[in-house]
Write a protein that binds this ligand. Structure first.
Ligand code: 2RA
Length: 328
């Protein structure tokens, strides 16, 4: 069945990658409408070599039927326009943090909790990039050993801040002493803050990881402590994960299960760095070892934050829903 799809925020890093991921999926899309702010309207983007002029998002832009509307335009735009879109379209997939905490809105990584999409029509929240890449292996290990506690430190690339994050780093690498989108110079530096600080002493990104890991695994008593750090990398988030379990772990069994799990690449004898990611839509796990005792594991995780962490997971939600709803 040919599908009608719209992308809101089409000219941003994630929006452009959503177009690429749709192309890579070979879905039969009869109509692809692209929307953005007045600032970006008029831009011509290409889908399977066909030029598409980006339209300015207006109040009535989404009052037509689409099978799927993909949003990557920030929480403000999503909060205003997703409820409008859902009146005439089947599913709205939003990449912002706007709906993730809504109890009735599913927060989905299809390989982990894709069953929530069965028979569903409405808004679906795409999780935060740093959550997506670790929840895939953690869901596997949780099933094996019953996850109880998580301590994670992230090393997040500047593309997580969008195109302006990339511009900020590149400018600094050329000697410009301009902080750009960050509170400090990021070149040759690391910044232990992503988002604003909360009364708890955690920052918004850390709180997102705490909440989202619990919601996606449906483990509301999961103990989580995250430290999220910006690093001078363009694409690719890395995460150091320490996971504690109810039961004793088994390394060979963990390795075998991870290797055989979808969207996971496991490296038994070497490791991967962000520069090795290329156009991978998978999460990469390496340096798996015992944590502090027989009931804990530590590993290093790398994922492409714009692909896996945003656009590819959103398109995977679209594909998974299409299969469940008989469109595919
Ligand atoms: C970041 N995860 O990396 C956040 C939003 N993409 O800035």
């Amino acid at each position: 069945l040919k599908m009608k799809v719209a992308i809101v925020g089409a000219t941003g890093e994630v929006g452009r990658m959503m177009i690429t991921c749709l192309e890579e999926s070979n879905l039969e899309i009869s109509e692809l409408d692209l929307f953005a702010s007045s600032r970006s309207a008029g831009t011509v983007l290409y889908y399977t070599d066909q030029p598409i002029k980006v339209q300015e998002l207006k109040q009535d832009s989404l009052l037509k039927h689409y099978d799927y509307v993909l949003f990557s335009a920030g929480a403000g735009v999503a909060k205003t326009f997703a409820p409008i879109a859902i009146q005439t379209s089947e599913v709205v997939i939003d990449n912002s943090s706007g709906f993730r905490k809504e109890p009735n809105i599913p927060l989905v990584v299809p390989e982990v909790n894709g069953d929530l999409l069965t028979g569903y029509s409405g808004i679906v929240a795409n999780p935060n990039c740093s959550t997506i890449q670790i929840i895939l292996p953690l869901a596997v290990l949780d099933k094996l050993f019953n996850l109880k506690k998580l301590i994670v430190s992230t090393y997040q690339s500047v593309s997580g801040s969008g195109h302006q994050g990339i511009v900020t780093l590149l400018n600094q690498r050329q000697g410009k002493n301009d902080k750009g989108v960050y509170p400090h110079i990021i070149d040759l530096n690391v910044i232990p803050q992503i988002g604003g600080f909360l009364d708890s002493g955690y920052c918004q990104e850390e709180e997102k990881m705490h909440f989202e890991c619990r919601k996606i695994l449906n483990k509301w008593d999961l103990l989580v402590s995250a430290t999220t750090v910006r690093v001078p990398v363009i694409y690719g988030h890395s995460v150091s994960v320490y996971a504690e379990f109810e039961n004793e772990v088994d390394i060979p069994k963990s390795e075998k299960t991870l290797q055989n799990s979808p969207r996971i690449v496991y490296y038994p004898n070497t490791y991967i760095t962000p520069l090795d990611l290329g156009s991978s839509n998978e999460t990469h796990i390496c340096r798996l070892r015992l944590g502090t005792d027989e009931k804990s594991l530590t590993f290093w995780n790398v994922g492409h934050n714009v692909r896996l962490g945003a656009a590819a997971n959103a398109v995977n939600i679209l594909i998974t829903h299409s299969k469940y709803s008989g469109r595919l």
